[in-house]
Design a protein around this ligand. Structure first.
Ligand code: HEM
Length: 453
């Protein structure tokens, strides 16, 4: 990008500059992301080759907006690589089927709609807080990676089924991770071809169909007034949940077969857990790497005027973690017809890569982009004006369905954990794995120091 083409869209709002930390947040990259970073030097839209395939990389916020929001008929989702896992669920669906499916679920995930999941989220958060209290009391290490995964799975599981996630089901759902790990990435094919993907897919199907059958039985029991739902641990107070919504819909809409219900269930589980879990893990890694920022947060949080101000402090941490390490670091599209973007001709059939990870690190947009500076997201902080300069949840019609859910659950957990403990990581991860999601390159584990007497 030439300096002039950037400056038209990138003016940062005035305000206090972020306080830079000792160490910059430039994870050792190399590999595909190194290639992308190098290519992005040439401009906001750059043709590049990865292996024997040609792509166009887009990192400028205006171009990101054009691709994801303004020209959806040109830049389409195409042959989603996770289709064997997700089937025709919302992520991989297209056209009118996608529109109908999105319309059905959308209302459950707006700011207001998400409030109906608050008690489920609170239950899942308290469970982790109890685990941490027990670990602290016993002087044991916490496996933050595992706890964050469990928490994110538990919240979405509760919203889907109305019941808390049990450890046996959690183990069954490890099959989801097996399949996700086997998906081809830009770097090439499956990282471990020996993975038992077929078996894992079967295990996922078995779990999903069992849960659907249980929900059906419970509904039939409730209709007969047998109180059968209590036997299956229905949501307290008979709260509706997402499976109920899907089963209700199936009564009047034939497209909602058991297969599609299974696909939506698995889609929400997949989309809704790894992303949130990795965001939380990154935040703990960042706080460990930047004790000064952690201290500033604790001081500001302690002196905040009330809950809204405390939440603003927590929210700034989460947003800055999402800026530096957006779990969905690469958003692929397929050019359905010829187009020209920022003077670059894009021929029909080309793979187009939008890269929030790189957009979030453009120095003209984000002063000191490699520094962890949550103050950017506080009132008066220096943030770029362009609406697509910060897009961890995507933009346009296919933007994240669960954005408000993710933020609500993240804050609910951090409200309990951050003012109470300072985790000290043992052998903290140094780099990042740029796979299906962006994750720390090692386990996130540590001991807890209590902050309250
Ligand atoms: C920090 C957590 C999360 C991040 C960073 C994230 C990020 C994203 C992004 C960038 C997209 C757009 C992908 C594209 O345009 O191709 C997306 C789509 C999606 N997300 Fe999330 N997500 C998060 C949490 C969640 C949660 C908790 C749920 C479910 C409750 C969820 C459900 C979905 C679904 C269903 C889609 C596909 C929407 C569609 O195609 O209509 N996500 N997410």
């Amino acid at each position: 990008m030439s300096p002039s083409s950037r400056s038209a869209t990138t003016a940062a709002v005035p305000g206090p500059a972020p306080a830079p930390e000792a160490a910059p947040e430039s994870a050792p990259e190399g590999g595909v992301v190194g290639l992308l970073r190098e290519a992005a030097q040439a401009g906001p839209v750059t043709p590049l080759r990865i292996g024997d395939r040609s792509f166009v990389l887009a990192t400028g916020p205006e171009q990101m907006l054009q691709i994801l929001a303004r020209r959806p008929e040109v830049y389409v989702k195409h042959g989603h690589r996770a289709r064997p896992l997700l089937g025709d669920g919302l992520i991989s669906a297209s056209g009118e089927a996608w529109q109908r499916q999105r319309r059905l679920l959308q209302g459950q995930f707006t700011v207001t709609g998400t409030r109906r999941w608050a008690h489920h989220i609170a239950g899942a958060a308290e469970r982790i807080a109890d685990r941490w209290a027990a670990a602290h009391a016993g002087g044991a290490q916490v496996d933050i990676g595992r706890d964050m995964r469990f928490f994110a799975l538990d919240t979405i599981w509760r919203a889907l089924t109305g019941t808390a996630l049990d450890e046996a089901t959690e183990r069954e759902l490890e099959a989801v991770d097996t399949v996700v790990a086997s998906l081809p990435t830009l770097a090439g094919g499956a990282p471990d071809p020996a993975l038992a993907v077929d078996e894992a897919l079967q295990a996922i199907d078995t779990t999903a169909h069992r849960v659907i059958a249980l929900a059906r039985e419970r509904r039939a029991g409730a209709a007969r007034g047998t109180g059968h739902e209590a036997a299956h641990g229905a949501a307290p107070g008979g709260q509706p949940h997402l499976l109920d919504l899907l089963l209700d819909t199936a009564e009047t809409r034939t497209e909602y077969t058991d297969r599609l219900i299974r696909d939506e269930l698995v889609t929400l589980l997949v989309a809704g857990h790894e992303t949130t879990a990795q965001t939380l893990c990154w935040l703990f890694v960042l706080l460990d790497r930047h004790p000064e920022a952690h201290d500033r947060f604790l001081a500001a949080h302690a002196s905040a005027a009330g809950p809204a101000e405390r939440d603003a402090q927590l929210n700034a941490l989460v947003q800055e973690a999402l800026r530096l390490y957006p779990a969905v670091w690469l958003v692929p599209r397929h050019a359905a017809r010829d187009d020209v973007l920022d003077g670059v001709a894009i021929t029909a059939g080309t793979g187009v890569l939008v890269c929030p990870y790189l957009t979030h690190r453009i120095p003209e947009l984000w002063p000191d982009p490699e520094h962890f500076a949550p103050e950017r997201f506080l009132p008066g902080g220096r943030r770029p004006q362009h609406p697509a300069a910060f897009q961890p949840f995507g933009v346009g019609a296919r933007a994240c369905l669960g954005q408000h859910f993710a933020l609500q659950e993240t804050l609910a957990l951090l409200r309990l954990l951050l003012p109470a403990y300072r985790p000290v990581l043992a052998d903290p991860p140094r780099g990042a794995v740029f796979g299906a999601n962006l994750r720390p390159d090692g386990p996130v584990r540590g001991t807890l120091t209590a902050l309250r007497p």
